[in-house]
Every structure is written in C-alpha cells, then in structure tokens.
Design a protein around this ligand. Structure first.
Ligand code: AMP
Length: 797
C-alpha cells in the first residue's frame, strides 16, 4: 500500500517531507562516515528541540520551587517562567510549575487519554509539546501565559505529539536494513522511540512499509509497540492498514503488540483496520494470534460490521465461521452460582485483596447476566458482564468491550490483556475458596498499560459502586419489596468443590455398560422419562457375580439439553455418600442415557403420605423423617451443595425408618414438571417451595434450601396436601410479601410449626441453619429415640 492509498483511507502518513531530506545511503556513499552523520544529526535534532527542554522528570514540588527561584535570580523577576515535571500524585499526569508576579503556582496537567492532556477545565490537547505551545500563545485560565522555561530535558516520546526528523527516521524510510542495522549499533544512535515531524516513530514507518527485518531490528533495540502516532495508531494498526501480514505476526510474536489496543481517536483495533480494507491475511494472522474476533469501536461496530459495510465477502465469511478454541480455563475455577457482592468481598478480604484476584457470579439485577468481581489496589471492583444476541450467537461483554463468546472466553481475554480493566485477571477463587493461579504463556500476555476504564472503578478505599445490589438495597419506592426480576432457570446444586471435585474430569464417574443392566418394570414417570426397576450385575472376584436391585432413571432423547453438564452433575451426585442421600451408582450411556441409582423400595415419600396416612405416626415417623432430611441437608451443606428442589416429592422412602433425599443436580440439565413455574428462559420453577430471594433474584443458598425444607415439613404434616392450595405462583409471591405464611396443619405440634415459621423468615440470615435444625432434632428430648435411629441408619449404609 502506498502513501496515497493511506491518505485515501483517511489515514494520513505524509512522509514525503522526510523523504526529500532523507537519502542517508547517498550521503554515506559520498564519503561521510556514519559516525560523522550521527554527530551532525544529533546537533540538528538538539537545535530543533531547543524549545522543548522544559521537562524535569520526577522532582518534588519543593525542588521545582527552588529551581524556579534559581531561574528567577538569573533572569530577574519575570512572570511566565515555568517547568514541567512528573506529577507526584498520579503516574500518567504531569505538573506545571509557573511563576507569576513573584509567586509560584502549581497546576496538575491531567492525562485525559493516552498522550492527551488538559489543565483544569482548559482544552484537551494532543501532546505535552502542543500544550506548552498552546499556553505560550495565551494564558487561557492560567495566571499568565508561559514565556520561558528552566532548562531540563526533552519530554518522553510517549507524551509528545511531534519531534524533529532524525537520521534513523530517514534511514528507515529508505528501507535499507543494513544502514539501519549500522545506525542502531552506534551508541550515538537517536532515541529509537523519538517521534518525527508528523508524529511517527521509526517503527511505525517500518511496519507500514512492511520492512520486516527493520521492524525486527527496531524491536531488538527497544522500540515501543504501544506508542501511537498522530492518528492514534500503533505500529500494529499501521501494518494492518498497509496489509503487511508478516509484520503483523512479527509485531505480535516478537514485539508482544497488543491486538486489542484501540486507536485513541476512533476506538478501532488493528482488526477493524484490516476488516474495513478487506485484508484477509492480516485478519487470519490476528485471529490465529489470539486477537478477539468481535471487538467494538467507539461506534460499537465490530470488524465484521465494517467488513459488511465495505462488502468484504471473504472477511465476512471468515468472521462468521470463527470457531472458539479451547479457552484453557474452566468455570469450576472461578464461577460462583450462589455468591453475592458481599460474599465476594468477604472472600477477597480473606485472601488479602490480592491484586488481580477474581471470580464470576450471576448478576442479581439482571437474570442471565453476570458480574466479574476483581481485586485491584486492595479494593474490589465489580463489572457487569452483559450478554445479547449478535449474528446468531450469544455474546458476553463488559461495557463497550469486545463481544466474547462465552464466560470462559471473557476470562481468557482478560487474563491476557487489561483491555479497559484496571488490571489483568491473575488468579481466581474457586467455590472451595482455593486460589487458582492463572497460567498464561508469557507470549500471550500484555500489560497494555494504558487502561481505558470502561466501568469507572471506584477509587481504592471507597466501597465499590453497586452493580447488582438489589438484594442489599431494596428499591426506593418500597424499601422492603425488591423489584422482581425474570425468574432464573433452576441451576441444580452448585458444588463448592473440594480439590478432588474441582476437576470434574478427574472425579471417577462410574460408567456402567448396557450389558450389565437388565431393565424391568416401570416404577414411575420422572420429569425426564420413565423410572424403571432394574438389575445390575456386578462381578465379585473372577467367578462370582452378584445381582442388585437398581432404579434406572432414563432420559428420553432431546430432554438433556447438555449432556456434558448433565454428566458433571452426575459426578457431583456420585461424590456424595450419606445415609440420607440417594446414591448414584453410575451412568449408563445406553441408549437411552440412564442414571443407575440405588433402589428405594417404598418410592416417593409424597405418594406414601397420600396413600398411607393411616400407617404413619406423627410423633415417631414424621419426626424421624424430618430429622433425617435435616441431617441429609446438613451433609449437603458440608459439601457446599445447594439442592434447590427440596420437596416431599423428591424424598424417597427406603423403609419406614429411612428417607433418601433425591433429585438434586438435574434440574438445570433437563426438565418439565407440573410443579415448576415456567420461566421465560425455558426452565420450570417449583415456585411454591422457593424462598423470596430465589423468586425475586434467582438467589439460591443453603438458607433458601432451609425455606424449602419448611415447606417440605408442611407437606409432611398435612400428609401430602399441595402447599398454598389452588393459588398461582404469583399469588403465592404476593401472599409471602404481605407477611402471610402457610397455616399450621391440624396434626402438627406447635414446636414443629414454630420451626416451619422460622424457616420462612423473610431475611435469609434469620432462618435457622441445617446445622441448627439437625442439632435441634438431635437435642430435643422428644427426638431422643430418633437420634439413635439415625445412628442405626448410618451404620446400616
Ligand atoms: P422422579 O423422576 O425422581 O420424580 O421419580 C419418579 C418416580 O419414580 C418417583 O415418584 C418414585 O416413585 C420412583 N423412583 C424414582 N427414583 C427411585 C428410586 N431410586 N428407587 C425407587 N423408586 C424410584
């Protein structure tokens, strides 16, 4: 691509001025030594920069004042004497120290974005050099305009807009790699990152013209890939503008160029440049090197949008067929389905607010969205991860950041680049609060140290801005009635996994071959298919085999939305071992896909309550079952599992002395059943068993399981009556909100009803814990015999 093309695109790289004076090679041929040329060049550059040596690096306010005092003594009492120094307060800012009528004033020169500066409410100016020029021309709010300066040095290239052309700039534009190599070898070589008269670095020009070897040499000498030209372009942008795929690869691999670096004027990343121009090979290189496929510019347009606008067919197809690769990160390491903002904060505090520590949790404000909680500068920041449909895919994004194709993709992206966050994600907390270090191959990271805050983080020390705090901050109109949101799809138990469970792949899920299973009669109809009685043939030693009764829960084709997540939940079930929890013996791939469970001869407790009321003694049987359920749930709590579907229908009776809690873990992968409220997102909800926070915010916890436990107790003491009778789900929600609760069943002792009422406390923290409930049953003399029965039951297992 030539210069005219660049201009045609609106990207002006007018180097003709430099080229006129260039020809370093000719000068060399004419007999001048390179050493001589470099010395001459050095003098010329210094002369051209004579008016730019007002920079005094990192000196204190007091040092600045004594330098200015000294200057005043030398030059006489004059207004407008100044110097510029690094800000002592903020690393990207500067300070202007200025004399006016014998007094010294100090002004913060604030960086508004990379290489753009302003003083107070004054104009935003590109480059410190241009800011000085501006205030030399007019005071514009300062007590006086700048007139002369105390001599220091020239400011760093990163903060100036232009600079004088030097020998290196000229040699690079000629494309003579040998001459460039020789220049770079001299100690008198110009600053490799110096800007030229049009604000370009040598690297920018080398990248634009595709001078591969020169780019490599410049990188070796410390050329900074982050510095932008006057168009706001990095070298990588330039290589993409000019269709230089080899250089693109070199800049990424050798120079660790950041593919997500945005043009300061337009928000375009290099991929936008390539897509708009139809430079398919650059696009391929960028995507192969981990560029995120759907970044958005300041107009919220992706490269695909631009490719469409400009009719770049090949590029469009490439983006549309983009397949997400293995993200090398898994939800078990950072996803917390139950956690709220405060919980996240507590976890972070426990781990010393380690920089870059993060986790992801569901948003309480918007169903289906998530929140990235991140530690930075010893404060917690919360970023909302939204999602929406884009080109037929569900994409996730933080503020105006890139569209990412999954939560894993979000984590993958921000573990490699800040891209607007205050820091990169460096370590996650899993649900057992274990810190999982993020391991990123060095070549894939970048500290892209020009953060672009997309969700303005709170200053350290202040409590973070709420993003999802409906739960802790009820809505203004009604402080006690939080705004209901779309109910979430039940997500099944969330394993707060211990190290062994943290990697589901490593948990041995017993796969049972179909040949070892004999299918028998139907026991009942489950939510997902029929439940059959079956026989499992197990081998004991070489010759002996044993047949055991099993229940086979079959899954009809199409009912398992996600076989993988179904198997993950099965793994969780299999890891549980307790007398009061139904055992999963294994999974048979079938077809049909089956869960092989321990057989529980008396079937569902709800059916038994309904069918055999006369056989049930309130004081012995119901109390025993209530105690056993509390103990089973207490065990789940120690395993940090939330059941989410505790109800009489999901309790099985092995015999009159032993219940089994079943049906946890599957409600997300599959499911329809009449007790489930149909949520807009396709799930069904047992809303009458749900705590208010579960209904309103999709918040599930051990405390919400306690609410459901109270409803289960009510079912038991009414011998299977449907809770809330004919009331509809929404009526139940209002009934609860008005402080009303299920009435005391006729045959229910007051103590048991008292426990139910406590379970239905509006505030989760006022409800008893399973630990308390189990203790209560254990310690209450009324239940003394139950305690023994429980122990016997445990021994029988
Ligand atoms: P579910 O899909 O769990 O609702 O099961 C439907 C019905 O199948 C239950 O109401 C029970 O009667 C029966 N059932 C389920 N699991 C078992 C089991 N492990 N042992 C015996 N019967 C079962």
């Amino acid at each position: 691509m030539n210069e005219r093309d660049a201009i045609h695109d609106g990207t002006v790289y007018a180097n003709s001025d430099i080229l006129k004076t260039a020809n370093v090679s000719k000068l060399l041929l004419s007999g001048k030594s390179l050493e001589q040329l470099l010395l001459e060049d050095h003098r010329e550059v210094a002369k051209a920069d004579e008016n730019n040596v007002w920079y005094h690096k990192k000196i204190s306010r007091e040092s600045a004042e004594s330098i200015l005092q000294e200057g005043l003594q030398k030059q006489g009492d004059m207004s407008g004497l100044f110097l510029i120094r690094d800000s002592t307060v903020s690393s990207n800012d500067f300070a202007l120290s200025l004399v006016c009528k014998g007094k010294i004033f100090h002004f913060q020169v604030q960086q508004t974005c990379e290489c753009f500066y302003r003083i107070d409410d004054g104009p935003i100016i590109h480059g410190l050099d241009k800011l000085v020029t501006h205030y030399t021309g007019m005071a514009n709010g300062l007590p006086t305009k700048l007139s002369s300066f105390c001599r220091g040095s020239i400011p760093p290239s990163t903060c100036r807009k232009f600079g004088p052309n030097n020998l290196l700039h000229r040699a690079v534009l000629e494309g003579k790699k040998d001459v460039v190599k020789r220049i770079l070898a001299y100690s008198t070589c110009p600053d490799v990152n110096a800007k030229n008269k049009i604000g370009s670095l040598a690297l920018h020009d080398a990248a634009f013209h595709g001078y591969y070897e020169i780019v490599a040499q410049l990188l070796d000498r410390g050329a900074d890939v982050k510095i932008k030209d006057t168009n706001g372009h990095t070298a990588l942008h330039r290589a993409c503008v000019a269709n230089q795929p080899r250089v693109v690869e070199l800049l990424i691999k050798k120079g660790r160029s950041v593919t997500s670096e945005r043009c300061s004027q337009t928000g375009w990343v290099p991929l936008h440049e390539a897509a708009m121009r139809g430079h398919i090979n650059c696009i391929k290189v960028l995507l192969e090197n981990d560029a995120t496929p759907f970044p958005r510019n300041d107009d919220k347009l992706t490269p695909l949008d631009l490719a469409k606008t400009y009719g770049r067919r090949e590029c469009i197809n490439h983006f549309k067929n983009y397949e997400i690769h293995d993200m090398q990160t898994k939800q078990a390491d950072w996803f917390h389905a139950e956690l709220d903002r405060q919980g996240a904060m507590q976890m972070f505090e426990f781990h010393g607010m380690r920089e870059g520590l993060f986790l992801i949790r569901p948003s309480k404000k918007h169903f289906g969205w998530h929140v990235l909680s991140l530690c930075h500068s010893r404060a917690a920041f919360n970023y909302e991860i939204r999602n929406q449909d884009y080109e037929g895919r569900l994409v996730h994004f933080i503020d105006d950041g890139p569209y990412l194709l999954s939560l894993e993709h979000v984590v993958y992206h921000y573990t490699r680049q800040m891209d607007g966050l205050p820091c990169m994600l460096t370590a996650s907390l899993n649900s057992t609060q274990r810190v999982i270090e993020v391991i990123v191959p060095r070549a894939q990271t970048s500290d892209n140290s020009y953060p672009r805050p997309i969700s303005q983080p709170d200053p350290p020390g202040l409590p973070p801005r709420p993003t999802d705090d409906l739960y802790s901050a009820p809505n203004k109109n009604n402080p006690t009635t939080p705004e209901p949101v779309t109910p979430p799809v039940p997500a099944g138990p969330i394993p707060n996994r211990k190290p062994a469970d943290a990697e589901p792949q490593q948990t041995n899920l017993t796969m049972i071959p179909l040949s070892k299973i004999k299918r028998g009669s139907e026991l009942g109809q489950g939510e997902y298919g029929s439940v059959l009685k079956g026989t499992l043939i197990t081998h004991k030693g070489t010759f002996r085999s044993e047949k055991i009764d099993v229940a086979l829960k079959t899954f009809h084709d199409g009912s398992v939305e996600n076989a993988n997540s179904f198997l993950a939940e099965a793994r969780v079930m299999q890891s549980l071992q307790h007398a009061c929890i139904l055992s999963l013996l294994g999974v048979c791939e079938g077809p049909p896909l089956m869960l092989v469970e321990e057989y529980v001869p008396m079937g569902s407790m709800l059916d038994f309550l309904l069918d055999h009321e006369e056989k049930i003694d309130v004081k012995t049987d119901l109390y025993l079952w209530a105690a056993q359920i509390a103990n089973g749930m207490k065990y789940l709590e120690t395993q940090r599992l939330v059941h989410r579907d505790l109800a009489a229908r999901n309790i099985l009776l092995k015999d009159m002395k032993q219940i089994k809690i079943s049906d946890f873990g599957l409600s997300r992968a599959v499911g329809t059943e009449s007790d489930y409220y149909k949520a807009t997102h396709g799930g069904r909800w047992p809303i009458k068993w749900y705590a208010p926070e579960s209904v309103n915010y999709g918040q599930f916890s051990h405390a919400s399981d306690v609410w459901s436990y109270g409803v289960t107790l009510w079912e038991m003491f009414t011998f299977g009556e449907p809770p809330y009778g004919e009331m509809k789900g929404i009526e139940v929600v209002q009934y609860i909100e008005h402080g009303k609760r299920l009435l005391k069943p006729d045959r229910c002792p007051q103590t048991a009803y008292g426990i139910m009422l406590k379970c239905w406390s509006w505030k989760a923290e006022h409800r008893p814990q399973f630990l308390d409930l189990a203790k209560h049953f254990d310690e209450d003399p009324e239940y003394a015999s139950i305690h023994d029965l429980l122990r016997q039951a445990s021994r029988r297992e």
